[in-house]
Design a protein around this ligand. Structure first.
Ligand code: SF4
Length: 511
């Protein structure tokens, strides 16, 4: 039987239809939408320091609260560029509602981010965290600290290396010495007075003077063509290059490298290659202190290792909230004598691992009688006993300074006679009787850390650490796709970090 044709019906669709009573934006935004939370929190904050950044006079500016709100909501919605934010403000009802239909352009938005927010955003961030503490979301007492490297907005192929500067300076010193010796062999009389003592310390001025002296001494002499060319080259380039090296070393300020397009960015080995190959890229070391995945503090560091960053990070925490955290949990990258001492001095309970903490727990490590850590120490007599039972006497102390200038003291202990010992091959490879260097202070700190880490609370902290701070890095880098800074310079990078940290905290609060 032939089926009867049914005509399809459609709902009315007239995009151009005018409305008698059009809905307001207020009605279109859900009551518990994150944009309302951003609005509410930002309205309740004290932004006096931001207001003080406006000089007054001239045409009225956009309200700083409006600008702050749209940037924070932008970072919450993974909008990191000023042009994309400008577009969102004109097209997205949530942004339109937040900006009260005002439309700052991308230049204005960018000027606000990299101008007005510089130096004041950390305080705003602190107020947001205090708000979270009052609301019972987090506590400032217990934190998990870790670091991650985030790529800088800088060219990977234009860099300055501290080591090449040193190598080039050594080359100049050597060649200058050679030129000087040659000039002396040809024009000894002319160069007899005011002879420079050494070329160990050179600078542009000194090199310039020496070259001029050599040049005037060699005037009218029959010298080899190659030496004349070398002298001309030196005159033209060496003082100029040395000036450049001095300037570069000032920028380096103790670092190994920097990128020419963002001089604050340091080349760091990144972990992100899926084949496990690290790549050197200009980056910043972002340090976070978290609690329940909320960010309580952030600092931007220019060093590749985490060890030297902890004290600055904790001091910043104290600056922000007027107190140190009571408990800090961190991985082995932070377990240094200087850090342990700082934690102890500020009465912070430290669940901080040290190098070899995990290896120490292995059977192989524990059963190795030759390891320094396994040698018996008699504290009363201040001596060690080697695996053969020989007394290792205190031979005095030596000191070393770390890269931060912290002084470490080591006590030397030496075995009395290793000659003919049947264990010698397995025990040590030194030519004389075995000497060990013992840092008693560090040993004490490690013993305390070990006890804490092996306790029930320590086990709990150790298992919670990756789920807290490392997961926060995962959210920022993977979920929010924030893997590269947009702005250049450490101050701007800090502003970006502040925005992402505030946005992250509000997003967590909404969740
Ligand atoms: S080699 Fe020297 S230090 Fe090592 S066990 Fe023998 S005596 Fe002791």
């Amino acid at each position: 039987m032939k089926q009867k044709y049914k005509k399809p019906s459609f709902k009315d669709y007239k995009p151009q239809q005018m409305m008698l009573l059009p809905p307001s934006l207020e009605e279109l935004i859900a009551e518990n939408h994150p944009v309302r939370i951003v609005n509410y929190i930002m309205d309740s904050l004290d932004i006096q320091s931001l207001l003080e950044k406006y000089p007054g006079g001239g045409a009225p500016s956009y309200n700083p609260r409006l600008m702050l709100k749209v940037w924070i909501y932008g970072y919450l919605r993974n909008v990191y560029s000023s042009r994309k934010l400008e577009e969102a403000i004109c097209q997205n009802i949530h942004f339109m509602w937040l900006s009260a239909m005002q439309e700052p352009d991308h230049n204005t938005l960018n000027r606000f981010r990299s101008g007005h927010l510089k130096g004041v955003l950390k305080e705003v961030f602190g107020h947001v965290v205090e708000h979270l503490v009052e609301g019972g979301y987090v506590s400032l007492k217990e934190v998990y600290v870790d670091g991650t490297k985030i790529e800088a907005n800088a060219n990977r192929y234009t860099f300055v290396w501290g080591k090449s500067i040193e190598t080039n300076k050594v080359k100049i010193k050597k060649q200058l010495q050679e030129l000087w010796e040659y000039a002396q062999s040809v024009a000894k009389e002319e160069l007899q007075t005011n002879q420079p003592e050494s070329f160990e310390e050179i600078n542009a001025e000194k090199v310039n003077q020496v070259i001029n002296r050599i040049d005037s001494a060699l005037q009218g002499k029959n010298i080899c063509k190659k030496k004349r060319q070398k002298l001309n080259y030196a005159k033209k380039n060496w003082p100029k290059n040395l000036e450049k090296y001095e300037h570069q070393q000032e920028i380096l300020n103790g670092r190994n490298s920097y990128s020419k397009t963002d001089k604050d960015a340091t080349f760091m080995r990144m972990k992100e290659d899926h084949m496990g190959n690290g790549q050197l890229k200009p980056a910043y070391n972002l340090q976070l202190a978290t609690c329940k995945q909320f960010i309580l503090n952030y600092t931007i560091e220019q060093t590749t290792t985490d060890t030297t960053t902890l004290i600055h990070h904790l001091d910043e925490f104290e600056n922000l909230y007027g107190q140190y955290p009571e408990v800090v949990t961190a991985d082995a990258g932070y377990g240094s004598e200087e850090n342990y001492e700082h934690l102890e001095n500020n009465e912070i309970e430290a669940f901080v691992k040290y190098n070899y903490f995990h290896k120490e727990q292995t059977k192989k490590w524990k059963e190795n009688p030759y390891r320094q850590d396994n040698l018996y120490y008699n504290s009363e007599k201040d001596c060690f006993f080697c695996p053969m039972g020989q007394k290792m006497k205190n031979m005095g102390k030596i000191s070393r300074r770390t890269s931060t200038g912290y002084k470490q003291t080591y006590t030397l202990y030496q075995a009395q006679n290793c000659q003919g010992c049947p264990l010698r091959g397995a025990c040590h490879k030194q030519k004389s009787n075995r000497i060990i260097e013992v840092n008693h202070k560090l040993r004490k700190h490690k013993a305390k850390a070990r006890e804490l880490l092996m306790s029930e609370k320590g086990m709990e902290k150790r298992s919670q650490r990756p789920a807290d701070v490392e997961a926060t890095f995962g959210i920022i880098k993977q979920n929010k796709g924030f893997r590269r800074f947009i702005l250049r310079g450490s101050e701007n990078v800090e502003v970006e970090t502040g925005l992402i940290a505030i946005a992250h905290n509000i997003a967590k609060m909404c969740a």
